[in-house]
Every structure is written in structure tokens, then in C-alpha cells.
Design a protein around this ligand. Structure first.
Ligand code: PDD
Length: 281
């Protein structure tokens, strides 16, 4: 087996060092593309139909034809997963509007660029699960189509760096006094034993783990209520959670440098996290 990871580029499987894209690719020039991150447990993609439905939604949102149907995508992902030497993986796939002379207008008759790679799944550490994680807060200044999973992530990148600068894991954002999400995670809070999550409107990414968290919350016997959450409700909540494909669910225990929610993961988190662990495979 090659020492270098094998990736997929436009139908070919090759070592990552040999995968080359033109500098005129619209993904490079404009961030004109969409992507997915799919967690794979024991070589089995988690909630694959949900990821493919969201991919289609993102492609529709940027008016780019899907180069593959669901069966083809599944086969491509399976083939990539089979080429990696580890069982739990994080599959990254992206589709861009392809290579064309630089012009903002969509190019005609250009094939999209399809790229996929897979890394060992970076699941949370036991310490992150048991002690919770730190976040900072910021005003959400991203565009109004945060529901599309596009590769134009500069707004999210700048938000994440605020967290890194403060030794925190994530930046939790508010827009006009309402909770939206974090730089690469959804956010939900617990008040009086009820989990509250912002609606999946155009200001947040419709997270696949958000839906899984909703299912596991209900399976654990708690209510999961979807409605706008104010900044005051979030900052005064009993618990705050992050969810994403690579974080699963994590409890926030430090916020803007101060202990949050008693500084320990709360009882609802513990129950739902256990349900999630039991049900994720
Ligand atoms: N990020 N919100 C944003 C802005 C995200 O980037 C992500 C995921 C989520 C959670 O979505 P999901 O539960 O489907 O992973 C919410 C991925 C992991 C990333 O960009 O690496």
C-alpha cells in the first residue's frame, strides 16, 4: 500500500500528492463549490442518505448540476473508504463549478471538479466529553445563505480563528440577538430540561448531527424544541451543546473565558451523549 493517502479526483483514485487541480478551477478562484463531511464508523457511512440529500440541496442552491446520482455517490464513497487503512473515517467530498477562464458568470459546457479524500475520524477526546469545552461568542457577520454547505468559508474561518486566539474550541454566533450556530458546528441549549435548537432557516447549516441529536434527545426521553433562541436565553441556559459530524455532541463549560453552566457537562448532556454513543453505529 502507498504511504500516501489515496484520494479521488474526477473518477481517478490516486495518491494525494499526485492529485492536481488547475489554478483556474472556480473552487480556487471563487470558492464556487459545495462540500460534505461524512463520518464513517466501522467503514459504514453514518446517515449517508441525509448527507446526499443535503449535497443535492447545496448544489441546487448554487445552480450546479449534480454529477452523480445517489447510488454512484455511495459507490464512490465506499470505494474511497475501502482504500484507507483505518475503520473510522471522515470523508470529505467537494464539487466545484470546474475549470474555466476567470469570469464571474457561470461557464457553459464545463465539467464540474469532483474531489474526495478521507482521514481518520477525529472524534472528541474523553477529556472533551467529560470536562466540556470552551467557546467564545461573536456577532454573526456571514452571508444570508449559511444553509448552503459551500466551500466559500472565509467568514467561518475568521470566526474559528477568534476561538483559536482565545484557546477555545469554537465561536458561538448571534445575529440580531438570536443564536445561530458556531463556525463549524450547530449549537443547542437546555433550559428546564428541554433542549432548544434554532430553526433550520437560511442562517444556519442544517446539520446532520443536529438531526441525530434531536433523535437521540427524544430517544433519551427529553423534549427537543425547535424555535428561535435569544442571546439572553442562550447565555442564561442550564446547558449549551455543540454538534457536528466530528464533534458528535459536546458540552460547553467555558464561555468567553468564564465558567459556563456550572463548569461541568450537565445531566441532560450526559444522558443524550450516552444514547448517541450507543446508537451511532
Ligand atoms: N462542519 N454548521 C457549520 C457552519 C458547519 O460547518 C458544520 C459542519 C455544522 C454541523 O453539520 P454536521 O452535523 O452535518 O457535521 C454546522 C463540518 C464538520 C466541517 O466543515 O468540517
Amino acid at each position: 500500500m502507498s504511504a500516501e493517502p489515496i484520494v479521488h479526483l474526477n473518477g481517478e483514485y490516486l495518491p494525494i500528492g499526485q492529485a492536481k487541480v488547475s489554478v483556474l478551477d472556480r473552487g480556487f478562484i471563487y470558492g464556487d463549490g459545495v462540500y460534505e463531511v461524512i463520518p464513517v464508523y466501522g467503514r459504514k457511512p453514518f446517515r449517508m442518505p441525509h448527507h446526499l440529500a443535503r449535497l443535492q440541496r447545496s448544489l441546487d442552491g448554487i445552480r450546479l448540476a449534480n454529477p452523480h446520482d445517489d447510488a454512484q455517490w455511495s459507490a464512490l464513497v465506499d470505494a474511497l473508504v475501502a482504500r484507507q487503512p483505518f475503520d473510522d473515517q471522515s470523508v470529505y467530498l467537494q464539487v466545484t463549478r470546474g475549470v474555466a477562464k476567470r469570469d464571474h458568470a457561470f461557464p457553459l459546457g464545463v465539467a464540474p471538479t469532483v474531489f474526495m479524500m478521507s482521514s481518520p475520524l477525529p472524534t472528541p477526546t474523553p477529556e472533551q466529553v467529560e470536562r466540556g469545552v470552551a467557546v467564545v461568542t461573536a456577532e454573526d457577520n456571514r452571508w444570508h445563505r449559511c444553509d448552503l454547505k459551500t466551500t466559500s468559508l472565509l467568514g467561518n474561518v475568521l470566526m474559528r480563528q477568534l476561538a483559536v486566539d482565545a484557546d477555545a474550541l469554537e465561536t458561538v454566533m448571534f445575529r440580531d440577538g438570536l443564536l445561530t450556530e458556531a463556525s463549524a458546528s450547530n449549537v443547542m441549549v437546555v433550559r428546564n430540561g428541554i433542549v432548544l435548537a434554532p430553526p433550520k432557516d437560511n442562517f444556519i447549516l442544517p446539520g446532520i448531527t443536529y438531526d441525530a441529536a434531536a433523535d437521540f434527545t427524544r430517544a433519551a426521553g427529553f423534549a427537543f424544541e425547535i424555535r428561535p433562541v435569544t442571546r439572553a436565553e442562550a447565555l442564561g441556559a442550564d446547558e449549551m451543546w455543540l454538534s457536528s459530524s466530528t464533534k458528535e455532541v459536546l458540552a460547553v463549560t467555558t464561555l468567553d473565558g468564564r465558567p459556563f453552566a456550572g463548569g461541568r457537562p450537565g445531566p441532560v448532556f450526559k444522558r443524550v451523549h450516552a444514547t448517541f454513543q450507543a446508537g451511532k453505529r
